[in-house]
Design a protein around this ligand. Structure first.
Ligand code: C2E
Ligand code: MG
Ligand code: MG
Length: 690
């Protein structure tokens, strides 16, 4: 009885039943006994030897072919060996592979190490078997025997490739990994760039180690690859020795941890911490110019307010995903927070190529976002700057992109602006304005002017609007149109608003003390309105001994009335209860639904001045607003009245009050109080019935 442990192929039992048909083993070999070396056919499927020559019978210690055939060689075979044999079988199917390996047979329980050459052999019934031919006996070379054994057993994949060509040696582990036995080294890499790096390094230093994604029989895997230039000991040809270890599990776990640390969870974009690493890598290795795009989503807050945060999240994911898909693989998209993003584009020396990328981005963003049967059309504003990573200061580069982004927004959003000298100068001017404003705020240098509101019924000044002015040391009186937007953007409006409220209210209370029957309306910016500090301040003022219900009205714009309507309503109710009136300023220019008008406690609607300027075209809309105001019992004021004709038109339609240059421009308090005494409006007054 014999045992094979051809590197663990072993059998001890010789099964009695003959499973192989005579036809199969009769026709297997043509010139068996002429060979001196042992030779046999191994039926991999049935684990039998249907043919063996005389030397092989001797080697297997079998008396006849039938006796050998009756041995079930698979009975005691380890799964590793069975798998390896299957592997050989499929290798033979796909190519005319020949393997020369050291196997140890245990024919009579005594280990016999032999160099065996294996080839595919097709049986008559079409199945692939293996022909085995013994080469030299290596019993005398213990070192080579051990190293050959190790090569066969190890999980490390070892192969020798002809340069730029197919492998001419692979150990079993390597053979088990490749997609097919003649696969070129180049084709094993998932990314051809990895192969290019490898060959470059081999040319330069003769060896290289890398972790790369490779195609294997079991799919794409991460392999730790060591490559070395060498000469094939057998043919003397230059070759590449490749040693590979599968590190997928480790790499995937590490990648996951890294991904979590370096990416933004909502959008899957990179985060700020990765950006810094990426930039330092560019500073070291990138010799070409790069471009930085800073972008944000136009009116993102309104999307959140109108459609809810879930839709807001979808918009962030969709926009960033579309941009990622429209840039190259090396380029990165970073979410800095909120709706602020950066894109770092590598190798953008040519402006034309960059412009093409920008156009592509704009095109993909222009398509509507559909979610839960809702459709959102969005746009983005971009600021772009080109930089040389080796020399540029990245903080400065980010600043340039932001300045260009700001210019896009100023120009009306939904556009891309390149940073240049002109934009840079404008930004400096703005920075100067900002610094001056901060200084003025600290010194409380702002003043209030007053513009009268005249009641059409009586021709009397019944109210005034407080309008802020900035007495600039060199530029004279600066109007709010120039600095309010800057204060809004920088957040200074909260401090300025508080100052105005404090000043305005003290004027109103002073007038009350003087016995003047006057109301003062004070503008409240949207940002100021959403600040909880406002309610505390209003409450504090309302407790002042000179405060009286109705002497102060707050002007808010329609844009304040979107979002959580219950919350807004409650807030407006509280303000009303404290004794303040609430006016909607610039009414008709917002896009909120008219239904809110009935819901909120509004004391006044101020028709935006653009309507009166567009008469008679705007007549029907103005008439509608006048009717609406009457229905909800609010006072209606027409702003921007500049001519007698406009006044007449309003008088005929029962408008309550007017405000405009026809009567007076905003003036300092002193001048305003004189107006009350002089009553110059009576000459201009047109009775309602006229
Ligand atoms: P607003 O609240 O609608 O104020 C009316 C603006 O129209 C004032 O401009 C006023 O001077 C101007 N105006 C009045 N009558 C006429 C007219 O007949 N013709 C024309 N063409 N314009 C007229 P002003 O003072 O330059 O203020 C502009 C805007 O700045 C204000 O619009 C308001 O939105 C904002 N603003 C002014 N003062 C304050 C303030 O104290 N706080 C806040 N948050 N915003 C303010
Ligand atoms: Mg106003
Ligand atoms: Mg207005």
């Amino acid at each position: 009885m014999g045992t094979i442990k051809s590197n663990s192929v072993s059998t001890q039992k010789a099964a009695a039943n003959n499973m192989c048909s005579a036809a199969t083993h009769e026709n297997v070999w043509v010139a068996p006994n002429r060979l001196e070396t042992a030779f046999w056919i191994y039926d991999i499927d049935n684990q039998r030897i249907p043919f063996a020559n005389a030397s092989a019978l001797e080697l297997w210690q079998a008396e006849s072919q039938d006796q050998l055939f009756n041995r079930d060689l698979g009975a005691d075979m380890s799964t590793t060996v069975a798998e390896r044999l299957r592997q050989y079988q499929s290798d033979f199917e796909s190519s005319d592979a020949v393997f020369r390996e050291l196997w140890t047979l245990y024919p009579g329980g005594v280990p016999t190490s032999l160099m065996v050459t294996f080839r595919g052999y097709r049986l008559q019934d079409g199945r692939m078997a293996m022909q085995c031919e013994v080469g030299s006996d290596v019993e005398d070379e213990p070192e080579s025997l051990r190293s050959a054994e190790a090569l066969l057993h190890t999980d490390v994949m070892i192969s020798l490739y002809e340069r730029d060509s197919a492998p001419f040696y692979m150990n079993p582990a390597a053979r088990a990994a490749v997609q097919f036995s003649k696969q070129k080294l180049e084709d094993r890499f998932l990314h051809s760039s990895d192969y290019r790096i490898l060959t470059k390094k081999l040319e330069r230093v003769g060896e290289h180690r890398m972790i790369a994604k490779v195609n294997t029989k079991l799919g794409v895997k991460w392999h730790d690859i060591s490559a070395k230039l060498c000469t094939d000991a057998y043919t003397g040809r230059p070759s590449v020795l490749i040693t590979e270890i599968d590190v997928s599990e480790l790499k995937n776990a590490r990648d996951r941890a890294r991904y979590l640390a370096e990416s933004d969870q909502l959008t899957g974009c990179f985060n700020r911490s990765y950006l810094l690493q990426h930039i330092s890598m560019l500073q070291k290795f990138q010799t070409d110019e790069c471009a930085l795009i800073s972008f944000d989503i136009d009116k993102f807050k309104q999307i959140n307010d109108r459609f809810g945060h879930e839709m807001g999240d979808v918009v962030l994911q969709e926009i960033s995903g579309r941009i990622r898909a429209s840039v190259r693989e090396d380029d990165i998209v970073v979410r800095l927070g909120g709706d602020e993003f950066l894109v770092v584009l590598e190798r953008y020396r040519e402006r034309e190529a960059l412009e093409k990328t920008i156009r592509r981005i704009r095109d993909v963003i222009a398509k509507p976002i559909v979610h839960d049967e809702r459709r959102v059309n969005t746009s983005i504003s971009m600021g772009i700057t080109v930089f040389h990573p080796r020399t540029a200061d990245f903080t400065e580069v980010m600043r340039e992109a932001d300045i260009a982004l700001y210019a896009s927004k100023q120009a009306g959003r939904d556009r891309a602006t390149f940073f240049d000298e002109k934009i840079s100068r404008e930004a400096s001017a703005r920075a100067k304005l900002e610094a001056e404003l901060r200084d003025a705020l600290e010194k409380e240098e702002f003043e209030l002017f007053f513009q009268p509101r005249i009641e059409l019924e009586s021709g009397r000044i019944v109210s005034a609007e407080a309008l802020v002015r900035w007495p600039h040391p060199t530029r004279g009186m600066v109007s709010p149109g120039e600095f309010i937007p800057v204060c809004e953007e920088t957040g200074m409006i909260e401090e300025l608003g508080q100052l105005i409220l404090k000043k305005g209210c003290s004027y109103a209370m002073e007038w009350n003390k003087m016995g003047l029957d006057l109301q003062l309306s004070i503008n409240i910016s949207p940002r100021q309105f959403s600040n909880p500090g406002l309610m505390r301040e209003l409450d504090r003022i309302s407790r002042h001994p000179l405060f009286e219900k109705g002497i102060i009205e707050l002007e808010i714009t329609e844009s304040v009335l979107v979002g959580d309507l219950d919350e807004i309503e409650a807030k407006l109710q509280t303000i009303t209860k404290m004794g303040y009136g609430i006016a909607i300023d610039d009414f008709g220019t917002g896009y909120s639904s008219l239904s809110y008008i009935t819901r909120f406690p509004l004391s006044c609607l101020k028709i935006d001045q653009s309507f009166i300027g567009q008469l008679p075209r705007s007549g029907p809309v103005m008439e509608l607003i006048l009717t609406l105001a009457k229905q909800i019992g609010a006072t209606v004021v027409s702003e921007g009245v500049e001519t007698k004709g406009q006044l007449e038109w309003l008088a005929k339609r029962d408008c309550d009050q007017v405000q405009g240059f026809y009567f007076a421009r905003p003036v300092p308090q002193e001048t305003f109080l004189h107006m009350l005494d002089d009553r110059p409006f009576e000459q201009k007054y047109i009775p309602k019935s006229a």
